[in-house]
Design a binder for this molecule. Sequence first.
Ligand code: MTE
Length: 458
Amino acid sequence: MLEEKIPFEPLSVNLHTPFFPPSLAQQNGPRSLPPQFKFPSLPLEVASSTIDTQDIGSADGWIPRDPRLVRLTGKHPFNAEAKLRDLYSAGFFTPSNLFYVRNHGAVPVVNQDRAEKWELRIHGLCAKPATLTLKDLRTKFQVVTIPVTLVCAGNRRKEQNIVQQSLGFNWGAGGLSTALFTGVYLSDVLEHVHPTKPAKHVIFEGSDELPNGPYGTSQLLSWARDKGKAMLLSWAMNGLPLEPDHGFPLRLVVPGQIGGRSVKWLSRIEISKTESQHHLHFHDNKVLPTPVGPEKARAEKNWWYDPRYIIRELNPNSAIARPDHNEVLDPSDMPPDATYQLKGYAYAGGGRRVSRVEISWDDGDSWNVAKITYPEDLFRDVAYSDSVYGRLDLTESDLCFCWCFWTFDMNIEILRGSDVVMVRCMDESLALQPRDMYWNATGMMNNWWFRVRVCQIE
Ligand code: MTE
């Protein structure tokens, strides 16, 4: 049963009006969701309804936001993550209002009317350029819903900034979230426009207005055409239209790659011989060599244009959600033979699975194997139809696109005797989280062993 396999309760669950017309489920076939998928295991949650006073007067002053999201860059632009504890206890799916947000500028103002007229222009090296509305996407292509974990490349950057300030702001370990994304396969849409030689890249552009032009980035055409990589043009998240912060009305979703590739407010796709020339494609989402610190990177532009430093796929990473940093373990709560359950998350990139999670409390001299749960597996091998989510279908891919959870039962006396507990994971390509930090100017892809200090009441 899903309830048994997913170890956490949703924070809160509200019913809402389904976004999809009822005909969608019928259109996608007669099978309905098996009982284990039924409410409340899926994240039916309405959007936040309150405008945060901090946003009043800013360009985003019309967007309701959940006060449980912790702001990382002051008022504007909005960049925020849930506290790891809240994120973790929300469960496998992150309710949309707790989903981390990474915006480089103001959110484009798109009302329902503008959304209905939203046009996605696809042009460049293709035989049949097209301009598609959301209705075209919904009606001309197979609609699917899949679970995907998005992770900001800056997740855990705060640890790097403590060692030496990077060019980026502090993310804790909450710069990631998981949702059910509904849309159409990018590969199907590319087939429709028929790319022609010598196309090699697919460029995506959002409609946010930034000081150095719109947000844009690109994918290798060969990857974008691969249905197994499951890149989606998506308009709904957790069964509702995308929230303004998450790209309403249309975004790209790229499973297994850094979140920066999942372009929001998507309005243009260009099939091209060359990669994206957008400012942030070069000056973001790069891991430069350690000796190239912020000053050098600012002064010597050539580092940014070296294709070797691009980041696409996520690296393996994990974090401890329980105990929290500096959590106080009160012995009066726990008899000496009690077991304390350590908990946390892990993920890997490129569709690879986490093959082991290990815990150490002696600075890595010895390791202990934790138990892993992969809720995503409930979606494998069989497709379901549902009136809210449409067709839930991972059968086009053998890859793994979501985080997993781990637990480790630790004797309380041992935990009380430990100063620091740490976690690391390995993925199925045997890539292992390193002991040492790979400090870099953008502070991205930080994945050294995650450490938590435990405090004792004597
Ligand atoms: N797309 C546009 N148009 N503008 C942006 O600022 N930020 C990117 C990506 N897509 C961004 C964007 C980054 S860096 C990340 S990590 C993800 O969106 C975050 O997606 P989310 O805010 O929905 O979590």
